[in-house]
Design a protein around this ligand. Structure first.
Ligand code: ADP
Length: 207
């Protein structure tokens, strides 16, 4: 059975029309891929803070210059910079009917900042989708990806640092979110197209 959640409502149609999703998972767990696939399926933008930062880096904007050191070393960009960038992006017209956030929030302070933005909009998250992949698998995936994408932070040592930081700072947020919203835990080792179909089925079934 399909709910009407797929339909796009007017901007004032409230929390139950568009999907407002947070994708969580370790670096290399497939958030970017699932963000793109779900964006197409659900007709809402995928917003990746990593991609937004990399775009600033490429264009050498003031923000790009300010964040380069953090990104190259695998450290988090300070919350106030990240929060402001996300707040602005979520204020764009194309995010009114829903969005998929990839890579945000990553800290408890960011969880609160996102909550404030959504409360001010009169909306709320629909669900958190957590992609679970073994550490050895993500290390292998990132080793392969490093050859293709040549990201400055795909250096093996930086990859390990990003994973450690994820496990210490961000993974605990999944538990925290359980008391706030629906959390779908998915096996991120499933083939991407099949996984995105499984995620959208579960979202629409609202199980
Ligand atoms: P990953 O593959 O580690 O998930 P991303 O592309 O999401 O990488 O992010 C790349 C880098 O951008 C991070 O290591 C960090 O420096 C910065 N970054 C992205 N999102 C955030 C965030 N929410 N808070 C702080 N820094 C962030």
């Amino acid at each position: 059975m399909r709910s009407d959640a797929e339909a796009t409502g007017s901007p004032s149609s409230g929390v139950d029309r568009g999907f407002r999703l947070v994708l969580m998972g370790a670096p290399g767990s497939g958030k970017g891929t699932q963000g793109r696939l779900l964006s197409r399926k659900l007709g809402i933008p995928a917003i990746s803070t990593g991609d937004l930062f990399r775009d600033h880096l490429r264009r050498r904007t003031e923000l790009g210059v300010a964040v380069a050191g953090y990104i190259d070393s695998g450290a988090f960009v300070p919350d106030e910079i990240t929060d402001a960038m996300v707040r602005e992006r979520l204020g764009s017209a194309d995010a009114e009917q829903g969005f998929i956030l990839d890579g945000y929030p990553r800290t408890l302070a960011q969880v609160d900042a996102l909550d404030r933005v959504l409360t001010a909009q009169g909306t709320a998250l629909t669900a958190v989708v957590a992609l679970d992949v073994e550490r050895s698998t993500v290390i292998e995936r990132m080793r392969t990806r490093a050859g293709v994408e040549a990201r400055t932070d795909d250096d093996p040592e930086v990859v390990i640092r990003r994973l450690d930081i994820y496990e210490a700072e961000t993974a605990p947020l999944i538990e925290h979110y359980r008391s706030l919203t629906r959390v779908l835990e998915m096996d991120g080792s499933i083939e991407p197209a099949r996984l995105s179909a499984m995620i959208s089925t579960r979202l629409r079934a609202r199980d």
